[in-house]
Design a binder for this molecule. Structure first.
Ligand code: ADP
Ligand code: MG
Length: 249
């Protein structure tokens, strides 16, 4: 086990699909308690990176160290430290809210009796306590995402991965989800990597990683990106830095 001050460390990561290079030498570190936004247009490589971080894809080169464990050689320990909300919904529509949460808890070998109160509290905070027995199919998109987030946090992960979690949500649900993640940072010192193509979701980030065509174009604080690009808004800065690389933006 390699211990260092970073909770997540990615080094020299490369991934190709046949001869298409989807991730080109990715290097980044996340510190404990950071809210980091991975900002990039469709096709930038965000989901590919998340697939590697969750062990679904193997990198061609490089490694990811999560909570001190290598995703390549110590994946069981590395994965224990991760909670994820995928880009595509992965919740069972035909099970109730509670059944979905209990199923996930059992998968992780968690003690349901110990978790009962915590699950109830979370459902209450998220205004879902009167829907615990409802099938997920009957919930709104925003409510489903809330259940997915509660599920992702059940095993007490150190790093939360959110892959374009607000796609398809109305503005209020989008704001609620962002607010929730910021409060997890404040109250639990949770580290979050939030992938998005929406610049406004990066406004409150501790760090932004701009990813385009599989390459990191910028890594730093939002205001540093504005300084670097000499622009007045984060949105202008993002377009300026990505426009040279991708004319379709
Ligand atoms: P993002 O999540 O940023 O939209 P992805 O990681 O999904 O980007 O995709 C990055 C690039 O890799 C895209 O050009 C996409 O078409 C390509 N890609 C993704 N998955 C596959 C796959 N399974 N086979 C071939 N190409 C893929
Ligand atoms: Mg994606």
């Amino acid at each position: 086990m390699v211990k260092n001050k970073n909770i997540l460390s990615i080094s020299n990561l490369k991934k190709s699909y046949d001869d298409f290079l989807a991730l080109n030498n990715i290097n980044l570190n996340l510190d404990i308690g950071e809210y980091v936004v991975l900002l990039g247009p469709n096709g930038a490589g965000k989901s590919t990176l998340f697939s590697i971080l969750t062990g679904m894809l193997s990198p061609d080169l490089g490694d990811c160290i999560i909570n001190g464990y290598s995703i390549k050689s110590q994946n069981v320990s590395a994965l224990k430290a991760i909670g994820i909300v995928f880009q595509q919904p992965t919740i069972d529509m035909e099970l109730s809210v509670l059944e979905n949460l209990n199923f996930h808890a059992r998968l992780h070998g968690l003690n349901l009796q110990n978790l009962k109160q915590e699950i109830f509290n979370e459902l209450k905070v998220n205004k879902l306590d009167n829907k615990t027995e409802n099938k997920v199919r009957t919930l709104s998109g925003g409510e489903r995402r809330k259940v997915e987030l509660i599920r992702a946090l059940l095993h007490n992960p150190k790093v939360l991965l959110m892959d374009e979690p607000t796609v398809g949500l109305d503005p209020k649900s989008r704001k609620d989800l962002l607010h929730k993640v910021l409060s997890l940072k404040k109250n639990k010192n949770l580290t979050t990597l939030w992938a998005t193509h929406l610049v406004d979701e990066a406004e409150n980030a501790d760090k932004i990683i701009v990813l385009n065509c599989g390459k990191i174009l910028f890594l730093g604080k939002p205001n540093e990106l504005q300084k670097k690009t000499r622009t007045k808004s984060l949105s202008d800065a993002y377009f300026k830095i990505t426009e040279k690389k991708d004319e379709s933006l």
